[in-house]
Design a protein around this ligand. Sequence first.
Ligand code: FAD
Length: 487
Amino acid sequence: MVSSYDFDLVFIGGGPGGYVAAIRARQLGLRVALVEKEKVGGVCLNIGCIPSKALIDRASKFNALHELAAYGVKADLSAFDYGGIQAFSRKAAEKLSKGVEFLLKKNEVETIAGTARLTGAHEVSIALNAGGERRISSFAVVVATGSRPREVPGFEFDEKRVLSSTGALMLKKLPRRLAILGAGAIGMEFAFIMNAFGVEVTVVEMLERILPMEDSAAAAVAGKAFERRGVKFLVGTKAFSLDRGSTDGSPLVLSLGTAGSATPDARLEADAVLVSIGRSPNIAGLGLEEIGVALDRSFVEVGDYYETSATGVYAIGDIVKGEPQLAHVASAQGEIVAERIASILGKQTPESGSHASPQPRRVDLGLIPSAVYCEPQVAGFGLREEVLKASGIQFNMASFPFRGVGKAVAIDESEGFVKILTDPGTGAILSAFAVGPEATELIHELLLAKSSELLPQDIFSMIHAHPTLSEAVKEAALAVEGRAIHT
Ligand code: FAD
């Protein structure tokens, strides 16, 4: 079918949701436009995943430098300039954003620089960055406008001393003392970076533990490692208010108290505060409600194939209600939409090929990897133990420590474990978690096993090279049957 619209598919937002899906849609032969008001690559490439990982890498190397002191290696840090490290992270982001620009061009996605607004289910009005307005029509429109750091009353960002993650990524000089509100992945990653470069870091978390969305034992291992390096955690603690002092040179004073209490009973001085307590979806000015898109506390409600309550309008990425705000989730959702539209318009899709597989309606939440890139790394997928218990789901648990893995000992990173939860009846993998060296890479072997419905025995019967960190995965799979070797 050839639609009579200007395009088959228009994406609003060129983050990992919009740009990946736009390329996929072109591969499937659709006529595609992508509207981006800032830089393609979105938050992830420009002010999120990529620059933060560049800083984390430099922070790890800086820590390693100190470790060599034990062998008499003395580093001359007199010319050390954090500004150079920050500039490196910006270069990495710019390189990748340029790379995405190139990919969009190569795939003949029409990229339009401007701010888009829906004026009907099939109509988009664009305030062009170059000036003027352009109106386009499309068979389907995908809203992929992402999210921004959530503000807390009293802690409004000035991006000099009261920072969002964006402000923290732009710092060229480091504060002496940094308070971080929120011990989720973003807060922990910045705690790791700042601590490595000598900043005194205190992390304030309302909930009773750090990394509340990760496996609790894995979070505990990470927490201990951070504490050993000097990071302070105040869990079960609420930040009530912030006194910014009379001048920019005055210390910031946070009033803190036990979470749940009505009044503060402690104070914390800092030179900067990073507020990393979550992200709010970008829906303002898009005209969503006017065309009948149902929202729930600013998140977009979606059904099968990420279609909203307005037929022909889809939503993916950080703005979607009830799915994790992660780059790879945004991309996976986008690919589902692209394939759906291609199949409606009669184009070639995976399910029409010789290796036919049914088109997924939604991302399988049990197969989404989570990853925290500090040291030690934390990763996992599937339901956590406490959630399985609360849901009355039976499971067996087996884990294997990195201290039993030759490579981990050899590189002196033997803290942590790989853990597998299985169904006691069928032996199927329910979920898996890891904390330790390269945990964010290792988790994928287990995820492939689960998504391919392989059993732990399929993992351990495969020969793993020695010495590798992957042997932790093999040993954890052996441990499921009570036959781990190096324990
Ligand atoms: P975004 O990446 O937010 O992109 C949306 C785009 O839409 C933006 O470019 C914006 O300019 C554009 N836009 C908005 N409104 C309009 C409009 N009206 N018209 C035109 N364009 C518009 N996730 C991970 O998976 N791994 C990580 O390691 C990771 N690290 C992170 C570290 C930090 C510091 C932060 C802040 C986030 C991190 N994330 C990470 C989260 C990840 O960045 C997001 O989940 C991801 O970027 C969401 O993708 P998206 O496509 O939904 O939107």
